[in-house]
Design a protein around this ligand. Structure first.
Ligand code: FES
Length: 572
């Protein structure tokens, strides 16, 4: 056998142990499968309960063909899958579990490299975290967005249109039967959500990070070109093993800074902040919350997609795709950041063209001149909090208001429409108990609904502050990812109704205007403490005991870093 392959440690030799390893794999595998060829796992998140990833078995079949053709041996490896719309209480609770399980299986099995098939929100981040910690040659195939569905002749954006139609029902402008008829029109095809939500964002950022074949991200799931690229990716996976091109070589600080530039230019989800920080943490790449502000806050928004704009992912692909967007901000990209092909990302921008300037704007005519994320600090968020100023009301970016506090999502829903709730348009809505530990799992609830009585007065936005996350499809003057969260001893647990809160985004400040000595004398909200003490066993227990705060990516403390792929012992 050719020396040097990791799988040789299992298969090479004529002793009892290699005999066993080979014999149990001979269920159709030919003799030459063990003659020194790279064995490539296809980490497959296909699941009937992850509807956005249901088509990945078809993708895997094309990858297999490419791997065989290039002289490798493909091996399907089903891994933990997370259906964002299906799992309760929130898919983010298991991102780290999915990452940990995938990491352990990559390390435990006789493989030399891995192809990562993801799509729905948490699946690509989890797979990249796993691949980074094992550091075997790895390449991603984003499953791609669905085609655009229409209802009453109008395009439907996943999530965003659902909320809009539900509001029409509330306003009496649509009856419930019509509303339910729209349900079958929303999801037109295989693929993940077609808005610029987290799945679209992370698929595109996987390419900016250098972990996909350049040009593949954003290919609609039913498009034949996805299977063509999957075949090609299978071939590339074999090449990666021969070249020993690992995630630690591809994923540099420059790659992450490029991803931050792209995140702003595409108007991507704020969830990318915690995912990018977590992936970087697995590799020991220096990346902080402040890098998002420093590198991204001045980058213009160039993509006119829902929820910030008008179009959908299918339109972005038609208009030239990610590479055409990146070409517009080429001067902001690190030219040395590599891709899995061994060439820098910027090498792939020369041929990129914009075919529809309504969908992809030129640099001089952006949708917004500054689209990145601002990082706030102050006594209410000493470790940081984030806000997307481009999604906020400009007049509210500097605001002082009286706090109206909700202890939990349930408390919010129970009281937000109470006619007796003491709230006006200048108030600051505070929601706690939604952080990594407090919920647990950090759900997407920070964009709290406004009180109906204020909506009826014409109020459309208010300052909101929360230790949770926000859906990529959401909008408003929302301060999220407050760290430390209430359940981890953050000052958010000390806020009382009537306290004054100052938000000053230009000065990057978030301040609770209560004297230090008075704050020190306050007891934290009992509800926040109770949430922390809730689970007694299982994954939730482990998660709560070890999860870190939003400012470093919400990974478990003992999963940060990389232990590589070595396993020192035989199978026993
Ligand atoms: Fe899977 Fe939106 S629910 S991507």
């Amino acid at each position: 056998m050719m020396p040097g392959l990791r799988s040789d440690q299992w298969y090479a030799g004529d002793g009892r142990d290699p005999y066993i390893h080979r014999a149990w794999m001979r269920r159709g595998l030919p003799n030459h499968a063990f003659d020194g060829r790279p064995h490539i796992a296809i980490a497959n998140t296909a699941s009937d309960l992850t509807p956005c990833n249901m088509h990945l078995d078809e993708v895997a079949a094309s990858v297999k063909q490419g791997i065989w053709e290039a002289g490798g041996v493909p091996l399907n490896l089903p891994v933990v899958s997370l259906g964002e719309t299906q799992v309760r209480p929130t898919a983010m609770l298991w991102r780290n579990m999915a990452a940990m399980a995938a990491e352990e299986m990559f390390r435990a099995n006789p493989i030399d490299g891995v192809v990562l098939l993801g799509g729905c929100d948490k699946t690509i981040p989890a797979l990249l975290m796993a691949a980074a910690s094992v550091d075997l040659p790895a390449v991603v195939i984003p499953g791609g967005p669905m085609l655009t569905g229409t209802f009453r002749g109008v395009p439907m954006g996943c999530g965003t249109s659902t909320y809009a139609l539900a509001e029409e029902v509330r306003a009496g402008a649509m009856d419930r039967a019509e509303f339910l008829r729209s349900e079958s029109a929303m999801i037109r095809s295989k693929g993940h959500c077609n808005t610029m939500g987290t799945a679209s964002t992370m698929g595109l950022l996987a390419e900016v990070l250098g972990t996909t074949l350049p040009g593949v991200a954003g290919t609609p799931a039913p498009d034949s070109r996805l299977l063509e690229a999957s075949h090609e990716t299978g071939r590339l996976a074999v090449e990666l093993v021969h070249a020993d091109r690992r995630p630690s070589v591809i994923l540099s600080r420059g790659s992450f800074l490029n991803a931050i530039v792209a995140l702003a230019a595409i108007g991507g989800s704020t969830n990318a902040v915690v995912h990018l920080l977590a992936i970087a943490g697995r590799l020991g790449v220096e990346l902080t919350l402040d890098d998002f502000d420093r590198t991204g806050s001045g980058v213009p928004l160039l993509v006119d997609l829902l929820p910030a704009g008008r179009f959908l992912m299918d339109d972005l692909y038609r208009a030239g795709g990610l590479l055409a967007v990146l070409r517009e901000v080429r001067d902001l990209l690190d030219p040395t950041a590599l891709t899995v092909t061994g060439r820098p990302l910027v090498d792939y921008l020369d041929d990129a063209q914009v075919w529809d300037r309504e969908v992809i704007r030129v640099r001089d005519e952006p949708l917004q001149p500054e689209a990145g994320i601002a990082v706030l600090r102050g006594n209410l968020a000493p470790l940081g909090a984030v806000i997307k100023p481009a999604a906020a009301t400009p007049e509210l970016l500097r605001h002082r208001g009286r706090a109206v506090v909700f202890e939990s999502v349930e408390d919010l829903h129970a009281r937000i429409d109470d006619p007796d709730l003491d709230v006006d348009a200048d108030c600051v809505l505070v929601l706690r108990g939604c952080g990594p530990r407090g919920y647990p799992g950090m759900p997407e609830v920070s964009n709290m609904p406004l009180p109906t009585k204020l909506l009826e007065q014409g109020v459309r936005d208010m300052v909101r502050v929360c230790d949770g996350r926000m859906s990529g499809t959401a909008f408003g003057t929302v301060v999220l990812h407050v760290a430390p969260e209430a359940a981890a001893g953050g000052a958010l647990a000390l806020v009382r109704d009537g306290d004054m809160i100052e938000l000053d985004v230009p000065a990057r400040r978030l301040v609770l205007e209560v004297p230090d000595d008075e704050l020190a004398a306050r007891e934290p909200s009992p509800a926040a403490v109770a949430a922390y003490a809730a689970p007694t066993r299982g994954w939730e227990r482990l998660y709560i005991d070890h999860v870190q705060q939003a400012d470093t990516g919400v990974d478990l403390d003992f999963l940060v870093g990389s232990t590589g792929s070595a396993v020192g012992r035989e199978s026993h």
